[in-house]
Design a protein around this ligand. Structure first.
Ligand code: PBG
Length: 334
């Protein structure tokens, strides 16, 4: 990051507009480059065959059955996007989220199919229970409380099951205490010492997840996620969350959402210097699409500006529903 901001002479010796006069000059002094290599594309896997259902609040985003997921992954890979992250919607949900750690579960089946058909693509899995529990919470609920340690054991089982089915990386998104360490130990005990963990390290209790919960069918039936996800008002606490995940073995740390938390991304990257991811979440995507449809903004321009801003703040990689569109836009700019 630039520390030379003050080494500038006074006007009129220095005129900062000089380097903005042509496209060539602007490109030469550009500090942040957006690249397809930085994108991770989220995908929602559902049961059945030949299913491709658009999520109404996320135009261009679909729930897809495994056969269509395979085709989609081939296209994503051919666009030059290196990685996808899978979310699964199971046939049946129950109190303990059994579908999450079923070796024949929906994500496990998608992993096996895509691993064979598109071997070069990095397959990341979201490790959480909320899509698999009948109550929509991220762990086991007892006496109205979302219990920590027992839920963490189930998350570790889920991570190992994903690894065995061919995941190239696991991403715990629950925000329970101690889950990164438990997952790391479980992976190591099962021979997956070299499988990286990308932790949703500073994940906020955010209104921007609304459209995702439609896509993943994971809206809590009662209560909310404020007893485990972070308070939007805090950023010192985000550094404690990240520090603890690193101690427990996180290889990549994530901040989520991205746009209202650019300061957090900046602090995390500055403080720890670890590979840092940002999740440009469903609500951020939906707002752009809605405003574009209304004719109020230039959607592509705003998309590229958002993604560039997230990179400029310090994110090395971005999980984004815009990945395919942005990859195509970058190709056109070449
Ligand atoms: C939980 C999970 C959520 C998202 C990713 N993983 C939702 C939540 O915490 O309620 C949100 C992603 C988005 O909004 O795009 N498994």
């Amino acid at each position: 990051m630039n520390t030379a901001a003050t080494s500038v002479s006074a006007y009129p010796i220095s005129r900062l507009r000089r380097l903005r006069m042509t496209g060539v000059l602007r490109a030469m002094v550009r500090e942040t480059e957006l690249s397809k290599k930085d994108f991770i594309y989220p995908l929602f896997v559902v049961p059945g065959g030949n299913v491709k259902r658009e999520v109404s609040s996320m135009p261009g985003v679909y729930q897809m059955s495994v056969d269509n997921i395979v085709r989609e992954c081939a296209e994503v890979h051919s666009l030059g996007i290196p990685a996808v992250i899978f979310f699964g919607i199971p046939e049946e949900k129950d109190e303990v989220g059994s579908g999450a750690y079923d070796d024949n579960g929906i994500v496990q089946r998608a992993l096996r199919a895509v691993r064979n058909e598109v071997p070069g693509l990095l397959l990341i899995t979201d490790v959480c229970l909320c899509e698999y529990t009948s109550h929509g919470h991220c762990g086991i609920v007892r006496g109205g409380e979302i219990v920590n340690d027992e839920s963490v054991e189930l998350l570790a089982r889920e991570a190992v099951s994903h690894a065995a089915a061919g995941a190239g990386m696991v991403a715990p998104s629950d925000m329970f205490d101690g889950r990164v360490g438990a997952i790391r130990r479980a992976l190591d005990e099962n021979g997956f010492q070299n499988l990286p963990v990308m932790s949703y390290a500073a994940k906020y209790a955010s209104g921007f997840y609304g459209p995702f919960r439609e896509a993943a069918e994971s809206t809590p039936k009662f209560g909310d996620r404020r007893s485990h996800q972070m308070d939007p008002a805090n950023s010192d606490e985000a550094l404690r969350e990240v520090a603890q995940d690193i101690q427990e073995g996180a290889d990549i740390v994530m901040v989520k959402p991205a746009l209202p938390y650019l300061d957090v991304i900046y602090r995390v990257k500055e403080r720890f210097g670890l590979p840092t991811a940002a999740y440009n979440v469903s609500g951020e995507y939906a707002m752009v699409k809605a405003a574009e449809r209304a004719g109020w903004i230039d959607g592509e321009r705003v998309m590229m500006e958002m993604l560039t801003g997230i990179r400029r703040a310090g994110a090395d990689m971005i999980l984004t529903y815009f990945a395919k569109e942005a990859a195509k836009a970058l190709d056109r700019q070449q």
